[in-house]
Design a binder for this molecule. Structure first.
Ligand SMILES: O=c1[nH]c(=O)c2[nH]c(=O)[nH]c2[nH]1
Length: 282
């Protein structure tokens, strides 16, 4: 005997750019949206009966139509509206989830002045949120960031680790520390000034990365998580991944040159992979 164990479906990578036209300047948002529905779709899988299937094409159209009418500025608030719109119209849906990745656009500075209608892609960093709600249930909001690429050229060392017959790594008091941060945190309230909270959290992590006297990626990751939890009472837990993007000191002695920590080879692969979930003690 075979049965349908679990299923969900929806539309992925729906790309949306929204321009909000104020009298004197414009705001720009670029969001990539994923909509996923769970529910009573057994007859579609077993019998080919599509009578309970909302087409994924309609979900895509919903993303655009709701973006037109929504007053939400934070992507978390827009995602909540989209989830409720889909649940409200589709009783066969037991839960809806919306994930949004937001691309960083920064206002262009021209002749020292912020330009009202010209923008520059900030970086490859993404701001993310996943909002889920079951029919009659509460919102579950998991926000985060991805590919926040950082590097520090001082206050990072790595010493005192295990040395065995396979060790080749030299201890160092002074190395480059490069990483691409991914973080995710769950909000304990569904009603927050999400953009302000996100800014606080991100700035707390950046400040700690910059100022921390790092004995390892692990220690700095923990300190960044701690500062995020201190800065944002509306989260109880944060998960952070920080690859160690090694920058290797080049041996210039073959050319009778010294290398006082100035010339490096940046490497992507292989890289260290450091991950931790840090939470308030209950
Ligand atoms: O900060 C570090 N943590 C490690 O676990 C590790 N391992 C390694 O080879 N280099 C580093 N650096």
């Amino acid at each position: 005997m075979i049965e349908l164990a679990e299923n969900r479906y929806g539309k992925s990578r729906v790309r949306l750019m929204k321009v909000t036209r104020h009298a004197h300047d414009h705001d720009l948002r670029e969001w990539t949206v994923q909509v996923l529905l769970k529910g009573d779709f057994e007859t579609a899988h077993l019998d080919g009966d599509n009578s309970k299937i909302l087409p994924t094409d309609t979900m895509k159209n919903t993303v655009y139509s709701l973006a037109r009418t929504s007053k939400a500025t934070a992507m978390e608030d827009y995602a909540k509206e989209l989830v409720d719109f889909l649940l409200g119209r589709n009783p066969q849906v037991s839960s809806a989830s919306v994930r949004i990745e937001s691309t960083m656009w920064k206002r262009l500075t021209v002749d020292g002045e912020p330009h009202p209608s010209a923008f520059m892609r900030g970086s490859g960093e993404l701001q993310t949120t996943s909002v889920e709600r079951a029919q009659g249930g509460n919102f579950h909001i998991l926000s985060g960031l991805d590919n926040l690429v950082l590097l520090k050229t001082a206050n990072s060392g790595f010493e005192g680790y295990i040395k065995d017959s396979l060790t080749t790594l030299s201890e160092t008091k002074d190395r480059l520390f490069g990483t691409a941060v991914t973080a995710e945190w769950h909000y304990t309230s569904p009603d927050l000034d999400f953009d302000a909270v996100r800014t606080n959290l991100r700035e707390a992590m950046l400040r700690t990365f910059a100022n921390h006297n790092s004995k390892s990626v692990q220690q700095t990751l923990y300190a960044m998580a701690e500062s995020a939890l201190e800065a944002v009472p509306a989260i109880n837990e944060i998960e952070i991944t920080m690859p160690n993007k090694h920058c290797l000191l080049v041996d210039l002695s073959r050319f009778n040159q010294d290398n006082p920590n100035e010339i490096f080879v940046p490497t992507d692969e292989p890289h260290g992979y450091i991950e931790a979930r840090v939470r308030r003690k209950s």
